[in-house]
Design a protein around this ligand. Structure first.
Ligand code: GLC
Ligand code: GLC
Length: 804
């Protein structure tokens, strides 16, 4: 198993990269609370505190050649040879290289000429610092005299300014050097109450803080002046480009080892320099570093114990137990802001994105999910529309990448209900969040949910379907944009006022949101409200069935001229995935067989060996009335690419139809672990989902792009955990409602729910796909399929599937 570049180590919960020249840089995300680091398999990437735009601590040059050429580097000078344990930037051939990406840490080991250097990068839980535990071993037979140089390049905090406003930034950079502590103090005590420290706990033989001195004005990092010269310049930066570098001289007898740590810290105590020195003093103690690392491991083990599975499919087991939660943590923390493909300045916390991300995260740390829910709700406007994104640091919504996406508000209903079902915390509904344009007004979260439903009800077009606004979930289906100007954004151009363009997908999402809200009201004992919501839903359902059905599938939308999009009458874009998924998930077509017909149509017309494409046929020319979707080359992104995110909805939809084989087939088609062997085509990390896999119409079918920050993470988890494995949190307990391939004999899940661990064993003696025949809880038979809420635990649950 594995591929030419690496393999999974399931017991260690690590992906082991064995060759540094991966098809693309393979990333890991360090940090879990407030300080985050992007770290590639060669140590590339950068570190920021909370907000990759406003508090970027170290620099990165996006879209550089080579990709990923700035990062956390250590240069080793051994005689005349200079090398890096992570291969880059010198790319000096190594005798051995290994990178292990794990849960919140990356360990890179390089060896050359009898010297082995191991760098372990991680952010201790609760700490605003990234540690680089560094171990240098003489594994050869002769004494080694080595000179080491560390390297980071400081970012002047506001990343957009830092990468554009050089007339200013080249004159403001400031540093202070205090032994092993290098402080980056630009603007400190002017407009900033924080600074950055890059410190070393080892004994320092020199330092550098000027990039020009360390690298050389005309050099690349691979030929940096100081490491090749073998001596630090002890430079102090005044403006230009401040960096942090320490020189360490080591003499190691054969078999000897030195261990020390670098500490990259965001310091914001009243006395930040004291804080920094104290941190260094603390981590000078090797045991303190070890216990910080152990704490990280314990933190993750405890998080992961919320859901663990042992099922017949090895990819599903591996993803659910380790990689899917890791990615859910990243999307929850970073939304769509910072990865190798999101620059950290363009897109902050997306409203629809973060509400969906929460679905995959809420069982891990419910308290943080609660806070996020309230932050999101606070960026909804009183009329029901939402700021499409907000900056994580300020929590202020903005319309920089557009507004009036008429699906946004409905996702808040799904996330809020998921939170209450997970936690039983009804009190969140009474939180007085207010609206972004009427902040002190004190309207509750529940009020927001009502506002959301009401907005869709009152913003409908000629067929009675919801208006689409600038776009719905598909940012690129811009039915009101009509852009002919290359310099404008598809998401902001055009006027939605007075337009009649409608979305069938929003109608389906609305049906689902109504189901959720009605169930919430029943849980709250408010049956009249539940009935009112049910009535709205029934009315919308009738509209969907009357105007939304095309004969073999659901129409996608009606454009501003009232023409159908995603209909057999169209020459291109005849069938779309999103409306099939959401109509089925919203309960349309259940009574009349259309749901199944729609899903079969998806399989027949949109299925491919790389996953389900977004629509067919791909658009081959630009159509102003449809917008950005027609601007992409066929097979890429929203123009008939495999958009992983919406594949997961189809998995869930097949579960509703009770087709376990179809559900698993859909799940596996986009599963990165299942792509591991096709890596030369796939190229992206085989352990996390990518937003898009090029479809059959593309020139490079099967090639994945934009890994890490995608709603796929959360929904893939939901589709597996709640759909296929069927462990669904509910108001009154955990419901067990699996939909598995008939060939599965059974599986086990351990699930922490409201503080109690449930050990669930599912047996499938008759080879069915769904249907619970019996349920025993701690040996007692329980009627139905809901495990009643328990206290204490662990609770032993036996489920037998089969006909009653
Ligand atoms: C991107 C956006 C997401 C959108 C999707 C489809 O992933 O972050 O909000 O739904 O593209 O256009
Ligand atoms: C582009 C992308 C889409 C993304 C949007 C966000 O249109 O194709 O995936 O959601 O930008 O602004």
């Amino acid at each position: 198993m594995g591929n030419a570049y690496g393999h999974f180590d399931d017991d260690a919960r690590e992906y082991v990269v064995t060759r540094p020249d991966t098809p693309l840089p393979w990333l890991n995300v360090l940090g879990q609370d407030e300080l985050f680091g992007l770290c590639t398999n060669t140590g590339g990437g950068y570190t920021f505190w909370r907000d990759a735009r406003l508090r970027r601590l170290t620099r990165y040059r996006y879209n550089d050649a080579p990709y990923d050429s700035v990062g956390r580097y250590l240069f080793v000078r051994d005689g005349a040879t200079v090398w890096n344990p992570g291969w880059k930037p010198t790319k000096t051939p190594l005798d051995r290289y290994e990178c292990r990406h794990g849960l919140g840490y990356t360990r890179i080991t390089g060896a050359k000429d009898g010297v082995e250097v191991e760098l372990l990068f991680f952010v201790p839980p609760g700490e605003d610092a990234e540690l680089w535990r560094t171990t240098v071993r003489n594994v050869g037979a002769v004494t080694k005299e080595l000179t080491l140089f560390s390297y980071v390049e400081f970012c002047l905090y506001e990343a957009l300014n830092d990468m554009t406003n050089f007339q200013r930034t080249y004159s403001i950079g400031e540093v202070e050097v205090d032994g092993g502590a290098i402080f980056h103090t630009t603007e400190y005590r002017e407009r900033r109450d924080h600074l950055t420290m890059f410190g070393c706990t080892g004994e320092i033989a020199g330092f550098d803080t000027s990039r020009d001195a360390f690298v050389g004005v005309h050099n690349g990092l691979h030929e940096a002046t100081v490491p090749f010269a073998g001596a630090a310049a002890n430079s102090v930066a005044h403006g230009w480009n401040p960096i942090g570098s320490h020189q360490l001289d080591l003499r190691l007898e054969p078999g000897a080892e030195e261990r020390f740590a670098f500490v990259l810290a965001y310091l914001h105590d009243p006395e930040p320099r004291e804080q920094g020195r104290a941190l260094l003093a603390r981590y000078r103690d090797r045991d303190a570093v070890e216990s910080a690392f152990a704490a990280l491991g314990e933190r993750w083990e405890s998080l992961l114990s919320a859901f663990q599975v042992d099922c017949p499919d090895p990819h599903a087991t591996r993803m659910a137990n380790t990689w899917n939660p890791l990615q859910c943590m990243a999307t929850f923390n970073l939304s769509r802001s910072a990865s190798l493909y999101e620059s950290g300045i363009g897109r902050g916390m997306g409203f629809r994105d973060s509400n969906q991300d929460l679905l995959g995260f809420v069982h891990l740390i419910p308290e943080r999910a609660r806070g996020r829910l309230l932050d999101l709700a606070a960026t909804q406007l009183a009329d029901g529309t939402c700021f499409h994104q907000y900056q994580p640091l300020t929590k202020q919504g903005n319309a920089e990448i557009g507004g009036d996406f008429y699906d946004d508000h409905l996702w808040l209903v799904l996330s809020s209900c998921a939170y209450v079902k997970e936690t039983g915390d009804d009190s969140v509904l009474d939180e007085p969040v207010g609206y972004a344009d009427t902040p002190g007004s004190g309207e509750t979260l529940l009020h927001h949910l009502e506002t959301s439903i009401a907005y869709t009800l009152s913003h409908r077009g000629p067929h009675g379907l919801p208006l689409i606004g600038h776009a719905d979930w598909n940012d690129c289906l811009n039915l009101n944009c009509f852009s002919t100007e290359p310099d404008e954004s598809f998401q902001t151009a055009g006027d939605v006022e007075g337009s009649v363009a409608e979305s069938v997908m929003i109608a389906g999402l609305f049906l689902r949101a109504c189901d959720e809200l009605a169930a919430l009201y029943r849980h709250l004992g408010r049956d009249e409200d539940a009935k009112r919501v049910d009535a709205s839903s029934a009315e919308m359902l009738a509209v969907v069935e009357e105007h939304g059905w095309d004969g073999e599938w659901y129409v996608r939308a009606f454009d501003a001229a009232g023409e159908p999009v995603g209909s057999h009458t169209c020459d291109e874009g005849r069938i779309f995935i999103e409306s099939q998924a959401w109509c089925v998930l919203g309960g349309a077509g259940r009574e009349n067989g259309r749901a199944r017909r729609a899903l079969e149509s998806v399989r027949e017309h949109l299925g491919s060996e790389h996953g389900i494409v977004l629509h067919q046929p791909a658009y081959t020319r630009y159509r102003p009335e449809l917008g950005e979707i027609t601007s992409y080359p066929p097979g890429y992104k929203e123009n008939a690419g495999v958009f992983s995110h919406n594949n997961t909805w189809i998995t869930l939809a097949w579960c509703l139809e009770g087709e376990g084989e179809r559900a698993l087939e859909t799940y596996l088609a986009i599963c990165p672990s299942a792509r591991e062997e096709a890596i030369e085509t796939y190229r992206s990390e085989p352990y996390v989902y990518a937003q898009m896999i090029a479809g059959p119409d593309a020139a490079t079918p099967g090639e994945a792009k934009n890994s890490w920050l995608t709603g796929t993470a959360a929904w893939a988890f939901v589709s597996l955990a709640q759909g296929i494995l069927g462990i669904e949190p509910g108001y009154d307990g955990l419901r067990v409602n699996p939909c598995i391939p008939r060939g599965w004999g059974g599986y086990r899940v351990s699930r922490r729910f409201r503080g109690v661990l449930y050990e669930i064993e599912v047996a499938n003696p008759d080879g069915v796909s769904r249907g619970v025949r019996s349920l025993h809880v701690d040996g007692r038979e329980v009627a139905g399929d809901v495990i009643p809420l328990a206290a204490g635990g662990p609770v032993q649950v036996q489920v037998v599937l089969g006909a009653n």
